[in-house]
Design a protein around this ligand. Structure first.
Ligand SMILES: *[C@@H]1O[C@H](CO)[C@@H](O)[C@H](O)[C@H]1NC(C)=O
Ligand SMILES: *[C@@H]1O[C@H](CO)[C@@H](O)[C@H](O)[C@H]1NC(C)=O
Ligand SMILES: *[C@@H]1O[C@H](CO)[C@@H](O)[C@H](O)[C@H]1NC(C)=O
Ligand SMILES: *[C@@H]1O[C@H](CO)[C@@H](O)[C@H](O)[C@H]1NC(C)=O
Length: 228
């Protein structure tokens, strides 16, 4: 009997979500919708709040008995016209997401006991295509050899990205930036006669953009004279 009782309790914990302290990670591209599922479908009978960020700003309040479903604009109004609430399940959708919606979201339901669910949402900006140019400022382009061509790959207005040069499939060099939206550039020196394939790649944790180097086009002598 005791065993059955334990089994019953255990299954109840299963229903209520045993890992309520576990943080669920969600990664999307800017512009995508973010769906945060309550998983409370069967027992949505308490009052629900959704909060955002370390400050726990209130963004959703549901009082089920009074049939009150409220959404709030949040810090700096960043959620204005973007929150969609499923009034059957308490699940929340953020439409047309922006990087400023990155952060921790917490759902709490006060029923027989306090249930909570935490989501760690990362919204990544869409990546620009990297641009490869002759590097006319490079010391080697003026002083050094006639066989070498100095290049630079750049991206503008990026944050949380890595910019890399590849020779075939092997990584030659890379540079990373976190936080701020800035410009990044990474030099490369190749010989004019080099027949390898080179590519410049910008990537964040969920996407990438690649530009292939055309040595003939960029390093050809007449172009060199014209560009540098
Ligand atoms: C709940 O959602 C349904 C369908 O979206 C809608 O018809 C209904 O009016 C909503 N109820 C409340 C109280 O907002
Ligand atoms: C949320 O995810 C980001 C990126 O994966 C990570 O750096 C950060 O530490 C996570 N935050 C929490 C509270 O888990
Ligand atoms: C020319 O480029 C090659 C390949 O990147 C490099 O190994 C070499 O040191 C460069 N030579 C000069 C004179 O800069
Ligand atoms: C770029 O993304 C594609 C899939 O989207 C993946 O197959 C490829 O390995 C990625 N390349 C790099 C250099 O990260």
């Amino acid at each position: 009997m005791l065993f059955l009782f334990y089994l019953y309790c255990w299954s109840l914990i299963g229903v209520f979500g045993a890992d309520t302290n576990e943080i669920q990670s969600v990664s999307v591209m800017e512009g995508d919708s973010v769906s945060l599922n309550s998983d409370f479908a069967e027992m949505f009978n308490g009052d629900i709040t959704w909060t955002f960020g370390a400050e726990k700003s209130l963004i959703v309040k549901i009082k089920i008995k009074k049939q009150i479903f409220s959404t709030f604009d949040g810090p700096d109004g960043r959620f204005r016209d973007r929150l969609k609430l499923d009034n059957q399940t308490g699940s929340l959708t953020i439409t047309d997401s922006r990087t400023e919606h990155t952060g921790v979201y917490q759902l709490q339901m006060l029923a027989a006991k306090l249930l909570s669910k935490t989501f760690n949402v990362s919204v990544y900006a869409r990546l620009p295509v990297p641009v490869i140019n002759r590097d006319c400022s490079s010391s080697s382009s003026s002083s050094s050899s006639q066989q070498n061509c100095s290049l630079v790959c750049s991206v503008v207005n990026v944050g949380h990205v890595t910019l890399s040069w590849y020779k075939g499939n092997s990584l030659l060099s890379s540079i990373s930036v976190s936080d701020l939206s800035i410009s990044l550039s990474l030099p490369l020196e190749v010989e004019y006669q080099d027949k390898n394939t080179y590519s410049c790649v910008v990537n964040n944790p969920i996407s990438n953009q690649t530009t292939h180097l055309d040595i003939t086009q960029l390093c050809h002598t007449t172009v060199q004279v014209w560009q540098c």
